[in-house]
Design a binder for this molecule. Structure first.
Ligand code: CTP
Ligand SMILES: C[C@](O)(CO)[C@H](O)COP(=O)(O)O
Length: 231
C-alpha cells in the first residue's frame, strides 16, 4: 500500500431495511453475537489502511447505537453523522463533514460486513493512483436483456456486478455530490460518472455480499464463521 494521503471511510447505515422486513433495521441485527455494523467497522479499523471512520445513522437510531456500543464494549473511534432521505443524501451529509482536502474517501455499505482487508487496502491504493476505485465482480450467471416482448443474450464477460467499497480522491467525490439528486444514482460510481469522471473497476469478492433479504442473514453468518476459522 503506497499512498501518502489520509484515508477516510463513510459507512452508510442510514437505511430502514424495508426489504428485510424486520422490526430492527438490518445493520443492527446480530451476526455471530455482534451487530452487522460492528463487523463492518472492525473490517476497516483492522485493515492496514485504518481509515478515519464516519458513520451515517438515521437520527432515531443514535441512542440505540450508543446503547449497543456500551453493551458490546465497542470502543473503535468513529464520528456519527445524521443520515438523509436516501443513500445519496446520507453520503452527501457525511462527505460534507470532511474538512480535510486531498484525502481518499471510501464509501461502504454498513450491510456488507464481509469485506476483506485486501480489498480495502487495494481500493485506497488504486484510488490514490487513478482517482477512483470501484469494487466489482464478473457475472457468474448468463445474462439476458429484455427487449420488447422477447429477450437477447449479452456477453457476460463484459457484465460486472458492483459492490462497495467505492473509493475516490476527495475532490472528485465532493464535486460529484454537489450535483442535484436523481433516482438513477444507485451508487457512488453512478454519481461520480455523471460528473464526468471515468470509473476504474477493481476486483471485488463474491463473498462480499450485501445483506438485503432475510435469507442473506444465514449466508452472511456462515461466511463470517468460515472467515474466523481461516484466521
Ligand atoms: N437513506 C439511506 C438509505 C440507505 N442507506 C444505507 O445504504 C446501504 C445500502 O442500502 P440498502 O441495502 O438498500 O439498505 P436499506 O435502504 O436500509 O434497505 P431497503 O432498500 O431494503 O429499504 C445500507 O447500508 C443502508 O443503511 C443510508 O445510509 N441512508
Ligand atoms: C451501492 C450498492 O451496494 C452497490 O451494489 C448498491 O447499488 C446499493 O443498492 P440498493 O438498491 O440500495 O440495495
Amino acid at each position: 500500500m503506497s499512498n501518502l494521503r489520509s484515508t477516510y471511510v463513510v459507512i452508510v447505515a442510514g437505511g430502514s431495511g424495508s426489504r428485510m422486513q424486520s422490526a430492527l433495521p438490518k445493520q443492527f441485527i446480530e451476526l455471530c453475537g455482534e451487530p452487522v455494523l460492528m463487523h463492518t467497522i472492525k473490517a476497516f479499523y483492522n485493515s492496514q489502511s485504518s481509515p478515519q471512520i464516519i458513520l451515517a445513522l438515521h437520527g432515531s437510531y443514535h441512542e440505540l447505537w450508543a446503547q449497543l456500543c456500551t453493551k458490546h464494549n465497542f470502543t473503535i473511534p468513529h464520528k456519527i453523522i445524521t443520515g438523509g432521505q436516501t443513500r445519496f443524501h446520507s453520503i452527501k451529509n457525511a462527505v460534507d463533514s470532511i474538512a480535510d482536502d486531498d484525502v481518499l474517501i471510501a464509501v461502504h455499505d454498513a450491510v456488507r460486513p464481509l469485506v476483506s482487508a485486501d480489498i480495502i487496502n487495494e481500493a485506497y491504493r488504486c484510488a490514490a493512483e487513478n482517482g477512483t476505485a470501484v469494487t466489482a465482480v464478473k457475472s457468474r450467471d448468463s445474462i439476458r436483456q429484455v427487449k420488447g416482448n422477447g429477450s437477447e443474450s449479452l456477453n457476460r464477460d463484459s457484465i460486472y456486478l458492483v459492490q462497495t467499497p467505492q473509493t475516490f480522491q476527495s475532490a472528485i467525490l465532493k464535486k460529484a455530490y454537489e450535483q442535484p439528486y436523481t433516482d438513477t444514482f444507485t451508487d457512488d460510481a453512478s454519481v461520480v460518472e455523471q460528473s464526468g469522471v471515468a470509473i476504474t473497476l477493481i476486483a471485488g469478492d463474491y463473498s462480499n455480499i450485501k445483506i438485503t433479504f432475510p435469507e442473506d442473514v444465514a449466508i452472511a453468518e456462515a461466511l463470517l464463521n468460515k472467515k474466523s476459522h481461516q484466521r
